[in-house]
Design a protein around this ligand. Structure first.
Ligand SMILES: Cc1cc2nc3c(=O)[nH]c(=O)nc-3n(C[C@H](O)[C@H](O)[C@H](O)COP(=O)(O)OP(=O)(O)OC[C@H]3O[C@@H](n4cnc5c(N)ncnc54)[C@H](O)[C@@H]3O)c2cc1C
Length: 390
């Protein structure tokens, strides 16, 4: 058993770190001041740098123009991106993996421009009455003999403000059939309206608006995958997204622990370093131990997926990684803010920003409770030995 990174993975880590340190981290202060809304000039400069780095669309196969990264390589990448505040990681785009199921025409029209960084899309699942339980969605696409008519309201549509199209989960109604299905819906199609644009706790380069679709015509050719595969394909997307979240949480913890340790070693109170108070150094010790466990688990999921493990097992393990890493990150951020004292509550401090921004990782792509539900179902249906890998 070898836990070290291969030379290729170490090189990849250094390459991503260079983009993080030289291009993205320097714009954190601007993003903080503007609530994440970078100027056009900064955005264009960063976009150019990401293109030059070749790291955009790294999750998409090489034959479709992407980086062709396996899951371990994606973890290495997201671990470094997770060091960033203001969710700047999103500027290194990862098109939704489900788009690879598109027809050749869909790939040309939707995926390839995404891969090249020419436009973005948004994935619209959640509704007012359907969050943790996507089977409760009400959005319907009714076949009228010529095309589908899509109606429904989707909440929290991340990147929706800049998206040129949406992947929408809705019930496809064909006669008596009612099947969960993904539809590719153009932003400028009739009946597509941004109906709310709320602010959220974190700063983010884009928005998470609400969109309403009113009898929006969608041609049959815009079904992604097949009719009836909506939940299954969304599950595929969730696995990748959850692992990305876990990796970014680990990277965020690394930066927090570095900042907290440095501060504790230099800050003096009561005539000595605060690090010498065990209340402080033990808190950092807990952070170091917990992030090490979260990192190993996350890489283990990458190894499982890349060595062809059963997809259901990867699904359960990805839930574990997201649960452990996001809960760890919440604790680490809280402790490090405490170690900074009043300075930890200042927005100029990256620890404060991460404390605020990491909160959503326990909510989106399935809350911590939903990850526990997935793990508990695994224990019940597959048995502890399989789930634990004994
Ligand atoms: C910033 C942000 C961006 C987002 N981006 C997107 C996006 O791009 N696309 C998209 O489709 N969605 C997006 N979401 C939605 C997100 O995935 C949901 O918020 C999340 O899945 C939880 O759903 P909910 O908010 O409706 O909470 P609810 O499902 O109403 O849950 C409320 C509480 O009840 C708990 N709960 C629910 N069911 C159970 C259960 N069975 N057992 C135990 N506890 C339970 C939950 O854990 C939670 O604590 C985003 C959300 C946020 C905040």
């Amino acid at each position: 058993m070898d836990f070290s990174l291969t030379p290729e993975l170490s090189q990849l880590r250094a390459r991503v770190r260079a983009l993080v340190d030289d291009v993205l981290q320097p714009v954190e202060d601007e993003a903080e001041r503007t609530h994440g809304r970078l100027s056009d000039e900064t955005r264009a400069r960063v976009h150019r740098a990401v293109l030059d780095s070749g790291l955009g669309a790294n999750n998409i196969p090489k034959e479709l123009g992407g980086g062709g990264f396996n899951l371990t390589e994606q973890i290495v990448t997201h671990e470094q991106l997770g060091r960033l505040t203001n969710c700047l990681w999103v500027l290194v785009w990862s098109p939704s993996n489900v788009l690879v199921h598109g027809t050749p025409e869909q790939i040309d029209r939707y995926l390839l421009p995404d891969v090249r960084g020419e436009h973005r899309h948004a994935y619209a699942i959640t509704e007012g009455d359907a969050g943790s339980d996507p089977r409760a969605i009400e959005a319907e696409a009714i076949w009228n003999g010529e095309h589908y008519e899509l109606s429904g309201t989707k909440w929290f549509v991340t990147d929706g403000d800049v998206a040129s199209y949406f992947i929408v989960l809705a019930w496809a109604i064909d006669g008596d059939e009612r099947l969960p299905t993904l539809f590719l819906v153009d932003r400028d199609a009739p009946g597509v309206e941004m109906t709310a644009d709320p602010d959220f706790t974190h700063n983010f380069p884009y928005r998470h608006p609400e969109f309403t679709f009113t009898r929006t015509p969608v041609p049959r050719e815009n079904i992604l995958g097949e009719r009836g595969r909506g939940f299954e394909l969304t599950g595929e997307w969730f696995i990748e997204e959850r692992v990305h979240i876990a990796a970014r949480c680990v990277g965020a913890c690394d930066r927090l622990i570095e900042l907290g340790t440095d501060w504790a070693l230099h800050r003096e109170q009561f005539g000595g370093r605060i690090f010498d108070h065990q209340a402080v150094s033990f808190a950092l010790a807990d952070c170091a131990a917990e992030v090490t466990a979260a990192r190993l688990l996350t890489y283990y999921v990458g190894w499982l997926a890349d060595t062809g493990a059963d997809r259901k097992l990867v699904h359960h393990k990805a839930a574990m990684a997201k649960l452990v890493a996001s809960e760890t990150a919440g604790r680490v951020a809280d402790r490090v803010v405490q170690i900074f004292g009043g300075r930890g509550y200042m927005r100029e401090n990256p620890a404060e920003r991460l404390w605020r921004e990491l909160r959503v990782d326990r909510i989106w792509e399935g809350t911590s409770e939903i990850q526990r539900l997935i793990i508990a179902r695994g224990l019940e249906r597959r048995g502890p030995a399989t789930l634990l890998g004994l």
